[in-house]
Design a protein around this ligand. Structure first.
Ligand SMILES: [Zn+2]
Length: 66
């Protein structure tokens, strides 16, 4: 009859929760809602432009309702 060692159960739980909390916090910190015209890559204010002059990323423009 097998007995599962206690550390197998107890050890993996807290690092997983810790990592999950960190990644969630990081995403909340990193991926705040972009302002209109703001570059998603470098957050340069590229309002009114189609592409970021700093890094060349395409800027999602506001879509005016038809
Ligand atoms: Zn940029």
């Amino acid at each position: 009859m097998y007995r599962i060692p206690e550390f197998v159960i107890f050890l993996p739980l807290w690092p997983v929760l810790l990592m999950f909390g960190f990644t969630t916090a990081w995403r909340w910190y990193r991926f705040k809602p972009l302002a209109p015209g703001e570059c998603p890559t470098c957050r340069y204010d590229a309002a009114g432009l189609d592409a970021c002059p700093e890094c060349g990323s395409p800027i999602a423009r506001e879509q005016s309702p038809a």
